[in-house]
Write a new protein. Structure first.
Ligand SMILES: Nc1nc2c(ncn2[C@@H]2O[C@H](COP(=O)(O)OP(=O)(O)OP(=O)(O)O)[C@@H](O)[C@H]2O)c(=O)[nH]1
Length: 296
């Protein structure tokens, strides 16, 4: 299995250095970090260096795209984060669900920061907050929701946000209006593959058909009926690779890239239903997405 992931994703070195530099610069200036994860891959969209990057600063975990996964899996993740002693907040930054709770938690964080300052004889001030995460996880959409109007650009393509500016929110918080983009996790191709499947990878090179084959492999046990229905071939009957080739032959005049893009596009747009590609450790993923789709 591991070999399928070897050399799958390649990053542009200039991009990595730039992402690191910009993120370090942003984190240096804040008191509190909002770490935004993609709920579909709540494990792989976490960065193993985050502790080091944030240092002593308090962090709140935002499980964004919560609308795109089954509610049962979301509840499992929330229990798991609570068991780790971490505060995690589910959001749909697109429609604003859950954002009020994030704001409230950030306000409480601001009070705590100022209590610490007072303890050191320092005057209270607005607490600086940055939103960080991998490309395209919904950072700009979250910032827009926190600010309450379209203050920064939010787009469907990874990598649209630049430059530093602060926006005062809720009287006690200065929010950095440009999100901090995490550098790639260079040591974990399996996580990178999942980021690519979810389109959370930023500027990287990969072969779409290989990523789509892995997507088919991960999706087959979760939504076999949906895949068969949408693409006209039973994924349980053959390997993921053979299935994608079949789909290409039957629906896309033998064009494998088009079949790959169709599968990834459908998944990324949520057209295959609410699907989590990861559950907390020790908790199996069950094929509940189909039940939810059929009900809907
Ligand atoms: N369904 C759903 N879509 C979301 C959610 N959050 C963001 N989106 C959409 O996902 C796309 C990317 O969101 P952005 O806010 O631009 O992502 P970003 O993390 O700022 O992206 P970069 O600036 O590229 O790092 C947009 O089309 C959003 O509308 C969510 O919670 N649910």
């Amino acid at each position: 299995m591991e070999s399928e992931y070897s050399n799958l994703i390649q990053w542009y070195p200039g991009h990595i250095a730039k992402a690191r530099r910009q993120l370090a610069e942003q984190i240096k200036q804040v008191d509190l970090v909002l770490e935004v994860l993609d709920a579909r891959i709540a494990h792989s969209s976490r960065h193993d260096e985050i502790q080091k990057l944030a240092g002593e600063r308090p962090r709140l975990v935002v499980l964004n795209r919560a609308d795109m996964i089954p509610q049962g899996v979301l509840r499992s993740w929330l229990r798991w984060f609570a068991a780790q002693g971490e505060a995690a907040y589910p959001t749909n930054a697109q429609n604003g669900d859950g954002v009020r709770a994030v704001l409230k938690a950030a306000q409480q964080g601001a009070v705590a920061v100022n209590q610490r300052r007072a303890g050191r004889g320092m005057r209270p001030r607005a607490v600086r907050v940055a939103v960080i995460g991998f490309p395209n996880v919904g950072k700009s959409a979250l910032i827009n929701r926190l600010v309450g109007k379209r203050a920064v650009e939010s787009a469907a393509k990874p990598g649209v946000t630049r430059a530093l500016r602060w926006v005062r929110i809720a009287d006690v918080i200065d929010l950095l209006d440009s999100p901090g983009i995490l550098p790639p996790r260079l040591n974990d191709q399996r996580a990178a593959a999942k980021l690519a499947i979810c389109d959370d990878i930023g500027q990287a090179a990969y072969t779409t058909s290989r990523v789509a084959t892995l997507a088919a492999e991960l999706l087959t046990p979760l939504v076999p009926g949906r895949l068969a229905e949408r693409f006209g071939a039973d994924p349980l009957a053959v390997t993921a690779e053979a299935w994608l080739e079949q789909v290409a032959r039957h629906k896309y005049h033998g064009n494998l890239d088009r079949a790959a893009e169709a599968l990834l596009g459908d998944f990324r747009r949520g057209q295959l239903g609410a699907i989590a590609l990861e559950a907390p450790p020790e908790e199996p993923l069950v094929p509940q997405a189909e039940a939810e789709c059929e009900e809907g």
